[in-house]
Ligand binder design. Sequence first.
Ligand code: PMP
Ligand code: GLN
Length: 381
Amino acid sequence: MKKHNSEVLKLEESIFSTITQRAMKEGAINLAQGFPDFDGPAWVVELAKKVLGENKNQYAPSMGVMALRQQISELYQKTYKLHYKPETEILITHGATEGIYSTIRALINPGDEVIVFEPLYDSYAASVQMARGVLKPVTLHAPDFSFDRAEFKAQLSDKTKLLIINNPHNPTGRVFSKEEIQWLGQLAIEFDFYILSDEVYEFLTFKEAHQPTALESSIKDRVITISSIGKTLSFTGWKLGWVCATPELIKSIHNVHQFVNFCANHPLQVTLAEALPQMDHYLKEFRFDYEKRRNLLMRGLVELDFKVIEPSGTYFLLAQVPQGLTSLEYCYQLISEKKVATIPLSPFYLKSKEGDQLVRFCFAKKAETLNLALKNLGRNT
Ligand code: PMP
Ligand code: GLN
């Protein structure tokens, strides 16, 4: 039989699936894949049950339920003083992942160049590859994960179409500074490229409040802001996300979205529209709660002599791999000998070898899970 699409054949199983399956097989505690081991707020679950009885079980409008787009617009206005028109500038997607895919599909022609910071979230590279774009990686260098501006400039060309940034950044936990965003924005204007800003961890910053990239007014018309409810409500399985951009960009992104999904889940959109106006108290507690989880894991790992890098955002933290092992070898060793699963960083890099020195722990877990994992890690095998 004839071969399948050659770009698709190059894709490999996601490292999150590989490690989660191994952790399950070996009975290891999963601090690898980024998902909470506790449920999201019970009052939102109750809202969802109510909405399921309200005859909202057929297709939603392809752009998304208007009440939800209005609430997202209000959330951005209230939180950041950032204005997006619900009618034309907000699109509801099947999670941030679909928003990322649809945006890349909408913008990238074969041969267009896309600058990405590595370590990079896996769906960016896969989506660019499927669009036959060319990835141009710029390394965020450990331990502070800053980037070299000359290295960045060397990746620019007249084919540069898009820069993808993830802020706060998975897997490093880094938060980009306002000055860095301004510097990147200047280049976006000079070299005429778009910026896809993946902000799914926007409510998980531990030092200062999150600053959306689109707040830089000189570049707002070339920024595509993407977020989702998975992390913020601890419902990663709901897969509800959104894309905010100019009406022209949203029109093209929607052209892709309507033939990938047509629309996102209808009753959960209605639920979220009702939940968002009631989130002020929840969001304060949420950040505080995660800071406690981060501190618990970080202190415990330090006591066990792990060399950890303190994250400023996200629900991940990185630790150094002992000399003589690759990150994958170490990760497999921790699963089989300590019954704790982490994510090796090497698959997050296209260019640099720095990933071989690092593994990622997820602290979106109950205190008892984190304590148990620490106990396992401290055990002599
Ligand atoms: N971007 C980043 C950086 C992520 O860590 C994740 C993880 N889940 C996503 C996007 C995907 O979000 P969603 O589950 O809403 O598709
Ligand atoms: N975002 C999650 C992580 O970084 C994983 C999502 C997935 O499994 N695709 O762990």
